[in-house]
Design a protein around this ligand. Structure first.
Ligand code: 9MG
Length: 280
């Protein structure tokens, strides 16, 4: 087995081969074109099928918005949004990641066949470690300062890279102490989660060091974020080129997985980037 192997439930990836693309599938009511849940499942399935045609490696399903200022949703509502989507997509031949902080959702998702749990809260909720411990699903351990409700109010660090690295180390150690295999873990500095643009840029530049220090693959999510808007001066709906630049900057730093909205464009950009880099 490669040293760069990622165990992801029913699937396994050799991360040394090429960077992977994780496609974002939001199943929050505001992400449907009819503004509600009426055609939610249809939209989700169509979106996932398009991502598969576009070459996605992992689909990340989220039932709770994590944008700055977003309210938390009750566990029952998150389950109502996410579970039918897992059932509808689980036989499509692509790993399903569930973006959740809630141990109850983690447990139900894993039973239903989810292959990865993406926790922006770094598996800090009581019961989160236990919820994922005994499965073989992949895990994304992300750093966040504060909560989505207050995280952008006043991000504050003495040494952002050192503090984020120390946090990720501690959370990964906690998982490993529970018996979780290293091959299941990816780490994520959490761009935009309690960080200023300067913090985000420092973290982007530190990906390769962080990956080397912790010996775990980095997953980077920069797609359409305010950092891209700040650097380019572009509104949300004009951030495709900036987001592609962000994905390429992250993989040039060694990130093994990029989490993106625009799968087709990112897959193409990475193909060209890879053709032009040596050692492949
Ligand atoms: C859910 N979510 C939103 N942004 C994210 C990011 O940057 N990384 C991960 N792992 N999840 C994210």
């Amino acid at each position: 087995m490669s040293r760069e192997y990622l165990q992801c439930g029913r699937f396994g990836f050799d991360l040394a081969k090429r960077p992977l693309v994780m496609g974002i599938l939001n199943v929050t009511p505001d992400s449907f074109s009819d503004g509600g849940r009426h055609h939610a499942l249809e939209f989700a399935v169509e979106g996932a099928e398009q991502m598969i045609r576009d070459g996605v490696d992992i689909i990340d399903i989220g039932g709770e918005s994590t944008r700055p200022g977003s309210p938390s949703v009750p566990v029952e509502e998150e389950l109502r949004r996410v579970m039918p989507v897992i059932y509808a997509l689980r036989e499509l031949g692509v790993p399903l990641s569930i973006d959740t902080c809630k141990p109850e959702v983690m447990r139900e998702a894993i039973i239903a066949g989810a292959d990865m749990i993406n926790d922006i809260n770094g598996f800090r909720a009581p019961g989160a470690l236990e919820a994922v411990r005994d499965s073989d699903c992949g895990l994304c351990v992300m750093h966040m300062q504060g909560t989505p409700q207050d995280m952008q109010a006043q991000p504050d660090y003495a040494d952002v890279v050192g503090e984020v690295t120390a946090f990720l180390r501690a959370r990964c150690d906690a998982l490993i102490a529970e018996g979780v295999a290293r091959e299941r873990i990816t780490i994520d500095p959490g761009f935009g989660f309690g960080k200023t643009v300067a913090h985000n840029v420092a973290l982007l530049r530190s990906i390769s060091n962080m990956q080397r220090e912790l010996g775990l693959p980095v997953l980077a999510g920069l797609s359409r974020k305010s950092m891209i808007g700040a650097i380019t001066g572009r509104p949300l709906d004009e951030r495709l080129a900036g987001s592609l630049g962000g994905a390429l900057a992250a993989v040039a730093q060694g990130a093994r997985i990029v989490r993106v909205h625009d799968v087709a464009e990112t897959v193409d950009a990475l193909k060209v980037w890879q053709a032009g880099t040596k050692n492949n």
